[in-house]
Design a binder for this molecule. Structure first.
Ligand SMILES: Nc1ncnc2c1ncn2[C@@H]1O[C@H](COP(=O)(O)OP(=O)(O)O)[C@@H](O)[C@H]1O
Ligand SMILES: [Mg+2]
Length: 360
């Protein structure tokens, strides 16, 4: 597919995935005069409520994919577990931004770490694990404590098992349910930070301010800027993100999650790459000059990127599971911006919304 010209107002962007990220992308696109057509397998997808058109079909349904592609001028995805073959198929019909390469790398924790290392970034020590023998070999090489993770399809801490001593190995392997896994040394980090950034069709790079992230029960709880990080470590993190985007010939918004070790002025260790807008970038909706959702839509449309500077100190709190029932409490603070995703059913661990606030 040749690189298409920039989209015009009134054109339609197709989005694979109908969760809250697709919903917020569609809302941002609407402000730019762009329509969104959401493609998702789930009939009750939250993004359907706010988009111009939608398709409910499987990611493997080529007839539905072709019909979808025929109605849009460019395609993106908000979900990194869309099959790579789906994106390859669509790439033959319309420009897909970011492309299949970014998806392929980000879907596999081994590929992700190989890429980070090849660009000179640090990662936890790691080894491929497919059975008891390779796990024992990996433990001999890496030691404990360590974390065993499925290489694919993990999110919010799912598909992970901690190995404190070699005696924990059999149970950890069982938790992988026969899927290919990666053993990682456990990083005793001081903080977690991320870089959310955009790369335009023209190669322009626009990083948001490095964000500090606090997880609860393996789910992001709070993101804030400024992060408690040295200038040098922040520069390193942004430089790593820039190199990753360049290596993937990336177009759109992405995130790189890091562990921060404070010793010697701070070192950043790449944890994972998300080839999409990211929960740790939600604060930009109310705390940056251009938010991550608008930025992604601009990049996908082939438009110039906006200014990614922060307006000031800001925080985002996720409303997860039953906490979402307290949404009204947040409105007592007139400076709080409430974002709810339109999900009808509150479930334990389900991301229902978030609250952004400018601090100070
Ligand atoms: N090697 C590691 N060392 C220390 N903590 C880890 C390691 N891997 C994961 N964690 C912790 O678990 C969280 C979730 O792991 P992550 O690899 O980001 O998977 P996902 O976000 O896809 O569930 C991380 O944000 C971090 O808090
Ligand atoms: Mg993560």
């Amino acid at each position: 597919m040749p690189k298409a010209a920039a989209l015009s107002p009134g054109d339609t962007i197709g989005i694979l995935g109908g969760g809250q990220l697709g919903r917020m992308l569609a809302l941002a696109a609407a402000r730019l005069g762009l329509n969104c057509h959401i493609y998702a397998p789930e009939a009750d997808s939250p993004a359907f409520q706010v988009c111009a058109a939608h398709t409910v079909a499987a990611y493997t349904d080529q007839a539905a994919l072709a019909a979808f592609a025929a109605k849009v001028q460019a395609i993106t995805y908000e979900f990194e577990n869309v099959p790579v073959e789906t994106v390859r198929f669509l790439e033959g019909l319309k420009p897909v931004r970011p492309g299949a390469k970014a998806l392929e790398v980000a879907q596999d924790r081994l590929c992700e770490k190989d890429l980070a290392r090849s660009l000179g970034a640090r990662t936890a020590d790691y080894a491929r694990v497919s059975d008891a023998a390779s796990l024992n070999a990996a433990l001999a090489q890496i030691g404990t404590p360590a974390v065993l993770k499925t290489t694919r399809f993990g999110y919010d801490g799912k598909g992970q098992a901690k190995i404190m001593t070699p005696a924990d190995a059999p149970a950890a392997l069982k938790a992988m349910k026969g899927q290919e896994a990666i053993l990682e040394s456990f990083v005793s980090f001081d903080r977690e930070v991320s870089v959310v950034a955009a790369r335009g069709c023209d190669g322009a790079f626009a990083p948001f301010e490095v964000t500090e992230n606090e997880h609860r029960n393996h789910i992001l709880h709070r993101s804030s800027v400024p992060a408690n990080i040295s200038e040098a470590a922040a520069r390193d993190a942004i430089e790593i993100a820039r190199k990753i985007a360049g290596a993937l010939d990336y177009v759109g918004v992405f995130a790189v999650e890091f562990f921060l070790i404070d010793a010697q002025g701070g070192a950043v260790i790449v944890n994972e790459i998300a080839p999409r807008v990211h929960n740790s970038g939600h604060w930009t909706q109310d705390g940056a000059i251009t938010c991550q959702f608008e930025q992604h839509m601009r990049a996908v449309a082939g438009w110039p990127l906006g200014d990614a500077s922060s307006i000031g100190p800001a925080e985002m709190i996720n409303l997860v599971g039953p906490a979402a029932a307290h949404w009204r409490d947040y409105l007592k603070d007139g400076r709080a911006h409430l974002h709810l995703y339109g999900k009808r059913e509150i479930r334990e661990g389900r991301k229902m919304g978030h609250v952004n606030r400018l601090l100070g």
